[in-house]
Design a binder for this molecule. Structure first.
Ligand code: PDD
Length: 284
């Protein structure tokens, strides 16, 4: 694929990049990550992503591998070296390298890996089509507010969704939707109320989620942060997901039931358009 990636201070061709087998990210999923989207060769919502990275690291007592300014400079250099116009930058910070032992020593040097993925984000065909989502139990650990690389269950859930002819899964715990496998879940009720689950350790505190709440407020739309049931979702007028890589993605079917008229909803499409417009006006 010929990409240039970043590993611990070095920019090198992806085929030459190596990480040690004793990296705790590899052995214990002892690592956190961020995915930041890129439009016109610049970063979307960078302040939100770096703030969440710092929070995830602090929760796990992993030090920042570089200053905020240095991390931004690495992102920019990687974008330039790969001539990335539109796509994402993936950044992972691991606790570091030590012989295999569940307990870790204080003072380890964190590891840093970044790579780019080019893909159309604005003219994304899935956004025009809308997503079909399946419902599945949420079997992840209880600290989903920390953006760790423990992604085996979300990966399995997405595979099972595909086997059932769906694009993704929404996860359900105690009779309530938590979030999607890699996105936050939203519904718009028939009464026009925009609903997404309130922040807690049950969900990732999505950067795009926060932006959409601000946009809804700016547009004078009623948005409420509260949990909702699968039944309420299947009875909704519209539904969508938010994430850095998908922005706002319409959901047109939930567990076989069409949402609204089974096509991307008008409010969802408006929120997507507003998000993209504001993102283009505030690139880093
Ligand atoms: N996923 N919830 C989960 C479980 C996620 O993995 C993500 C992001 C989100 C949305 O957060 P944000 O708006 O900050 O991207 C919610 C990224 C895109 C991924 O894993 O590729």
């Amino acid at each position: 694929m010929g990409r240039i990636v970043h590993v611990n201070g070095d920019f090198l061709p992806e085929e030459e990049a190596r990480i040690p087998i004793f990296d705790r990210g590899f052995l214990f999923a002892d690592a956190v990550y961020e995915v930041t989207s890129v439009l016109r060769g610049r970063l979307v919502d960078w302040p939100g992503h770096v703030a969440r990275l710092k929070r995830s690291l602090a929760e796990l007592a992993i030090p920042m591998p570089r200053s905020e300014a240095e991390l931004l400079a690495i992102h920019r250099e990687l974008i330039d070296r790969n001539r990335l116009g539109e796509g994402v930058v993936y950044m992972q910070v691991t606790r570091g390298v030590a012989d295999r032992d569940f307990a870790w020593e204080a003072g380890m040097t964190p590891g840093l890996v970044l790579f780019t993925q080019a893909r159309p984000l604005i003219d994304n065909p899935a956004a025009a089509r809308g997503l079909r989502v399946a419902l599945m139990p949420d079997l992840r650990w209880a600290r989903r507010d920390i953006k760790t690389v423990q992604l085996l269950y979300p990966a399995i859930a997405k595979m099972r969704a595909r086997e059932r002819g769906c694009d993704d899964a929404w996860l359900v715990e105690d009779g309530l939707v938590t979030e999607g496998t890699s996105n936050n879940a939203w519904i718009i009720t028939r009464g026009g109320e925009i609903v997404t689950r309130d922040l807690s350790s049950a969900i990732l505190h999505g950067v795009t989620r926060a932006a959409i709440l601000n946009i809804a407020a700016a547009l004078g739309l009623k948005a409420t942060e509260r949990p909702f049931t699968p039944e309420e979702a299947r009875d909704a007028a519209e539904a969508f997901t938010t994430s850095a890589s998908g922005f706002v993605m319409p959901v047109i079917e939930i567990e076989g039931t069409p949402v609204g008229d089974g096509r991307p909803g008008p409010v969802t499409q408006r929120l997507r358009a507003e998000y993209i417009q504001r993102a283009l006006e505030s690139l880093t």
